[in-house]
Design a protein around this ligand. Structure first.
Ligand code: CP
Length: 307
C-alpha cells in the first residue's frame, strides 16, 4: 500500500506528474467533481492546523468525496493512551485514505505500517511535511514557469522548520538550483541536511545571517516562522522570534520579479503591508496546496486500486 511519509517517497517524475495533474484540476474542475463519489478521507490531526487540515478536507469535497475528522488529540482516544498503530488500524475500517498530523517524528510512518489504506503525512514533529512541499513546488512553478535555474533564499528558522528541509530536498533534484540559507547562528540548517542533501548532490549554497545583503540575488524568498512549539526554552524563543521581519523598505533592493513564499502561519516575519506587493505569493500558496492535495489523493487512491 503506497503512502506518502516524506518527500523522498516521490521521485522527480512523480513530482512533475503531480504538478501536471494539479494544473489539469485547476483548468478543468468539473472533470474531477465526482471522481471520489462515495469515498471517504479521514483527517487525524493531533497537532494544531488551519491550512493543511482544511485544504485536505476541501480537496476531498471538491473531488466528490466525504470527510471524517479528528481535529485534536484531546478529542480522540489518543487522550486515553491509544497507540498510533491501533488508531491507524481502527480508522482504516472506516475510510479509504488518511491524512495525519502528529507532534512525534515518525508517527505517520508507524500509522502507514499499520493502516490498510494509504496514509499521507500532514506533518510529523520537526521531521517532514511533504504536502507543504507539494504546495511550494506548484507555487514556484506557476510563478516562474520552471523549477530549475534559480537562486532560492530560505530565511528564519532553518533548524526546526520541517517545510524547509523537505523543500531543499525536492528542489535539489532540479538543475541549476542554488540556495542562500539565511538564519541566526542558533537556527542554522541541521548538518545532516547539508551533508546528506546539499553536499552529497553538489548543490551550491551559502550561509548568512544578513537578509538585506542576500535579497538582491534571490529569485525566490521563502520566509519561515520561528517554531515556538519546538523550543525547549521560552527565553531562547523570545530572543530569536523577531530575528527577521520583512518590511517594504527592505524589499527596495530585491528583484522586481522575486517571489515571496511562506508556508504560514505567519507571526511577525512578514509585515502585512507586503501582502499588497505583487511579489507576495503566500496566499496563492495556500490555494495551490489544495490543488496539490487533490492530485495526491487521486494518485494514491488510483495506486491503491480504490479508483
Ligand atoms: N502550512 C501549514 O502547515 O499550516 P497549518 O499548520 O495551518 O496547517
Amino acid at each position: 500500500m503506497r503512502s506518502l511519509i516524506d518527500i523522498t517517497d516521490l521521485n522527480t517524475d512523480e513530482l512533475d506528474e503531480l504538478i501536471g495533474s494539479a494544473l489539469d484540476i485547476i483548468e478543468n474542475p468539473k472533470k474531477y467533481a465526482h471522481v471520489c463519489d462515495g469515498l471517504k478521507l479521514a483527517t487525524m490531526f493531533f497537532e494544531p492546523s488551519t491550512r493543511t487540515r482544511m485544504s485536505f478536507e476541501a480537496a476531498m469535497y471538491e473531488l466528490g468525496g466525504h470527510v471524517i475528522s479528528t481535529a485534536s488529540a484531546d478529542s480522540s482516544s489518543a487522550a486515553k493512551g491509544e497507540s498510533v498503530a491501533d488508531t491507524a488500524k481502527t480508522v482504516s475500517c472506516y475510510v479509504d485514505i488518511i491524512a495525519m498530523r502528529h507532534p512525534k517524528e515518525g508517527a505517520a510512518l508507524v500509522a502507514s505500517q499499520n493502516a490498510t489504506v494509504p496514509v499521507i503525512n500532514a506533518g510529523d514533529g520537526g521531521h517532514s511535511h511533504p504536502t507543504q512541499t507539494l504546495a511550494d513546488l506548484l507555487t514556484i512553478y506557476r510563478e516562474k514557469g520552471r523549477l530549475s535555474n534559480m537562486t532560492v533564499g530560505l530565511c528564519g528558522d532553518l533548524k526546526f522548520g520541517r517545510t524547509v528541509h523537505s523543500l531543499i530536498n525536492a528542489l535539489s533534484r532540479y538543475t541549476g538550483i542554488r540556495f542562500v540559507l539565511i538564519s541566526p547562528d542558533e537556527l542554522k540548517l541541521p548538518s545532516y541536511v547539508k551533508k546528506d542533501v546539499l553536499q552529497k548532490n553538489h548543490i551550491p549554497y551559502v550561509q548568512t545571517d544578513n537578509l538585506e545583503e542576500a535579497l538582491p540575488d534571490l529569485d525566490i524568498l521563502y520566509m519561515t516562522r520561528v517554531q515556538r512549539e519546538r523550543f525547549f526554552n521560552e527565553e531562547d524563543y523570545l530572543r530569536l522570534k523577531d530575528s527577521y521581519i520583512l518590511t517594504p523598505d527592505k524589499l527596495t533592493n530585491a528583484r522586481a520579479d522575486m517571489s515571496i513564499l511562506h508556508p504560514l502561519p505567519r507571526v511577525n516575519e512578514i509585515s502585512v503591508e507586503i501582502d499588497k506587493d505583487p511579489r507576495a505569493c503566500y496566499f496563492k500558496q495556500v490555494l495551490n496546496g489544495k490543488y496539490m492535495r487533490m492530485a495526491l489523493i487521486l494518485r494514491l487512491l488510483t495506486e491503491a486500486g480504490t479508483l
